[in-house]
Design a protein around this ligand. Structure first.
Ligand code: PLP
Length: 423
């Protein structure tokens, strides 16, 4: 190849784009084939909806329309099915959102990017939980947006009183006007597996109305359907009276509860102008997410196949979470000062190592894990403020590995913990 190796005159956007730390971790797993990864956010190949997708393709409407360009906003029947699905969930108002307020996107990742693009300028502020979904930091940094951590309590909930104080502080610093969005993962969060209580949601609604009524609050519900024993008993903000009259967005995804490979997500909002603006920008990017993927999701949802499929996933992932939880316990981690809870849904276990342990990429523990051929996500990736991020946490994903690999990975992880403790 006759490569060009001179200096390219990159844009400011390119200059801000960072190499993703998680991509580095994946590469390491690939170059050492024996490595077991509890780091990747993949789902389990064993439970992908292969037969539903085959059926959906076999039943494509005559004329091949779903192999044609679709609409920018997305298939109306699918959006209606999603609106009905949201409205039927625990505690929701049946009319929490209408099909007109939904935009289909290429994964919920694109929804997050579009929303940040249409709402924020470089130098603006987005409020985030700590910890939170670390890929969001790349989105924000890529657009020159500052992520500011919200104070959290010991149970992993947003500290509402502390958030009020934060608003006062930002006002005193003349920065409150720059706060444009807040981003919450409210069901079985990645990474913490914590869900936001309805009480906290209601109190936050009142606080936002009082201090920052222009703030667009994003509620990421990527893992909501993946509860284990029971739905998490909190309605989404779209159904709560305290949020009435405030701009809200709910993002959702078909990745975790169906198939990441169809790259389909959406956002639902009570702000018609946000639908309009994001569609203008989406029009610049792709003028509509893949019509065929949307047909597959529509087929699953409208033929009564989606709910039983997700019910199967819940049983599968609960068993995997329990296997990892048991194996970590059997590895003696608790006696070494590690703490964690069995999650009630989602794909993550969030472990707190003993105080003083450094789980960061450059620390002895991470090295010991790599030597033992097991990978995890260092918890400090998940905090906006690197300087104050706790250094002793770890995110483990139950998504991809089969149960026997989860057990073996837990054994290696516990061995590394013991090795490091012995020095
Ligand atoms: C909390 C959360 N939000 C959004 C996403 C993006 O997922 P997708 O673009 O596949 O919908 C992920 C993926 O891991 C996630 O964990």
């Amino acid at each position: 190849v006759n490569s060009f190796t001179g200096d390219l005159r990159f844009s400011a956007t390119a200059a801000r784009a960072r190499h993703s730390a998680i991509a580095d971790l994946m590469v390491r797993a690939l170059v050492r084939p024996g490595t077991l990864s509890l780091a990747a956010g993949f789902t389990d190949n064993a439970v992908l909806p292969v037969s539903i997708v085959r059926d959906a393709l076999a039943h494509m409407p005559a004329g091949g329309g779903c192999l044609q360009y679709g609409s920018n906003q997305g298939r109306p029947t699918l959006r209606e099915a999603i609106a009905a699905h949201i409205g039927s969930q625990h505690g929701e108002r049946p009319d929490a959102v209408g099909a007109d307020g939904i935009v289909m996107t290429n994964g919920s990742q694109q929804a997050l990017y579009l929303l940040a693009q249409v709402l924020c300028n470089p130098g603006d502020i987005v409020l985030v939980e700590s910890p939170t979904y670390f890929v969001v930091f790349d989105v924000l940094a890529g657009l020159g947006i500052e992520a500011v951590e919200l104070p959290m309590d010991a149970a992993g909930q947003v500290d509402v009183a502390g958030t009020g104080e934060l608003f006062e502080r930002l006002r005193a610093e003349g920065r409150l006007e720059r706060v444009k969005m807040a981003y919450f993962i409210t069901y079985f969060s990645n990474p913490s597996a914590v869900s936001m209580t309805e009480g906290v949601k209601r109190a936050l609604g009142s606080l936002v109305a009082q201090h920052v009524p222009w703030l667009v609050t994003i509620e990421d519900t990527a893992y909501r359907d993946l509860y284990f024993s029971r739905p998490y008993p909190a309605a989404s903000m779209l159904s709560l009276g305290e949020w009435t009259g405030l701009p809200l967005v709910q993002t959702g995804s078909f990745s975790k509860c169906f198939s990441p490979g169809i790259r389909l997500g959406f956002f639902a909002t009570n702000v018609p102008a946000l639908v309009e603006k994001t569609m203008c920008v989406k029009g610049q990017q792709d003028f509509g997410s893949a019509n065929i993927s949307q047909w597959i999701a529509e087929f699953a949802m409208t033929r009564g196949l989606f709910d039983p499929f997700v019910a199967g996933l819940r049983v599968h992932y609960q068993a995997k979470a329990k296997a990892l939880d048991d194996a970590l316990g059997a590895g003696g981690l608790k006696a070494l000062g590690w703490r964690w809870e069995m999650p009630e849904g989602g794909l993550m276990l969030w472990l707190k190592g003993p105080t003083g342990l450094d789980t960061g990429m450059t620390g002895a523990f991470c090295r010991a894990c790599m030597d033992s051929e097991v990978l995890y996500v260092p918890g400090d990736f998940c905090y906006a403020n690197a300087a104050s991020a706790p250094r002793c946490n770890v995110r483990l994903s139950i998504g991809a590995p089969p149960v026997e690999d989860l057990r073996e990975a837990a054994r290696r992880f516990a061995l590394a913990a013991q090795t490091v403790l012995r020095g």
